[in-house]
Design a protein around this ligand. Structure first.
Ligand SMILES: N[C@@H](CCC(=O)N[C@@H](CS)C(=O)NCC(=O)O)C(=O)O
Length: 312
């Protein structure tokens, strides 16, 4: 797994785990300054690069779908295999014919130093990265194109923002990133601490969902979609590949019903691609799975009844 140093691709960075054996996620470098003169909301101006495997990129695909942005913001999907040159395109990508995502980063900033991550929101006019932070991209998608699409669905409503921020601040480090802290730990004690922390957080959300249908009451918000992209991958990859195996989500009645409830919302199933999810994790992380064998199971049925509508 590599990264970019001064605008050039460096093959092996050894950065996934630090000396303490813990996984530390690097912060994103391109932050959104959307709107106004800089990056106005316009059709045929932006392009989204995603991996169908990546939970962070998945957030942006969900918001693109929910907010009716498919005609306004085209998408290019990277190959599921992320190998020695980082994210690659199965066919040259449509804007420049690049074969690798790192070429986009170099085009945006010829001196770029950092990781080459997806999602990438690209501005075709300025030929640069608008943003490579999914948490910010979904906030843009939530409102910025409303006048163009007429879609005013709001997943970060003003009256719920404090509650959404609070639950996000819990779910991100403990669950979204918590699975990575288990999977990329390189010391037994770091793994065990991450494992205990992850399952204690899942227990707490399981409890929370006893009395309410969604994370913030009875309305789906951004907080739910941010949790969804981790939960949907959990039994297929995190249980086995990342050793998050105290139990499956399928064994947690509230969380599994909640997961099916979200999966069955209109358009969401189309954003989920288990072939890319399993191929990416099991094939790309050679240090975790050197044989690169991708398991055939598990058999999962997210179309089964969720039985959550009785909860007000
Ligand atoms: N903070 C970023 C994280 C994105 C991220 O880490 N994406 C992963 C894929 S799941 C990636 O591209 N990793 C490649 C690398 O770090 O080299 C976001 O949420 O947008």
């Amino acid at each position: 797994m590599g990264m970019m140093i001064d605008g050039r691709w460096e093959g092996d960075d050894g950065k996934w785990a630090s000396k303490d054996g813990k996984f530390h996620r690097a912060p994103s470098k391109f932050h959104c300054q959307f709107g106004g003169e800089g990056f106005p909301a316009e059709p045929d101006r932006y392009h989204l690069y995603v991996s169908m495997a990546c939970p962070w990129a998945h957030r942006t695909l969900i918001f693109r779908k929910l907010k009716g942005l498919e005609d306004i913001i085209p998408v290019t999907v990277v190959d599921p295999h992320m190998l020695s040159r980082g994210w690659q395109f199965s066919e040259p990508e449509p804007l420049y014919g690049f074969n690798h995502a790192h070429q986009l980063y170099a085009k945006a900033d010829s001196q770029y130093t950092g990781r080459v991550t997806v999602p990438i929101l690209w501005d075709k006019r300025r030929e640069t990265i608008v943003c490579n932070e999914s948490a910010e991209i979904i906030r843009i998608f939530n409102v910025a194109f409303n006048d163009l699409t007429g879609n005013r669905d709001d997943y970060y409503p003003a009256d719920l923002r404090d509650q959404i921020d609070e639950i996000n601040a819990f779910v991100y480090p403990n669950i979204n990133n918590g699975v990575y802290k288990c999977g990329f730990a390189t010391a037994q004690n770091a793994y065990e601490a991450a494992f205990d922390n992850l399952f204690s957080a899942l227990d707490s959300v399981e409890e929370r969902l006893t009395a309410q249908r969604y994370l913030v009451g009875n309305r789906i918000t951004e907080a739910d979609w941010r949790l969804f992209t981790t939960l949907i991958r959990f039994d297929a990859v995190y249980v086995g590949h990342f050793k998050c195996n105290r139990n499956r989500i399928a064994d947690m009645p509230n969380l599994s019903g909640y997961l099916r409830d979200l999966y069955q919302q209109p358009g969401i199933a189309e954003t989920v691609n288990f072939s890319h999810i399993k191929e990416h994790y099991y094939f790309s992380h050679e240090s975790i799975n050197p044989t690169r064998i991708v398991p055939k199971g598990p058999v999962l049925d997210f179309d089964a009844p969720h039985n959550r509508t009785f909860i007000i």
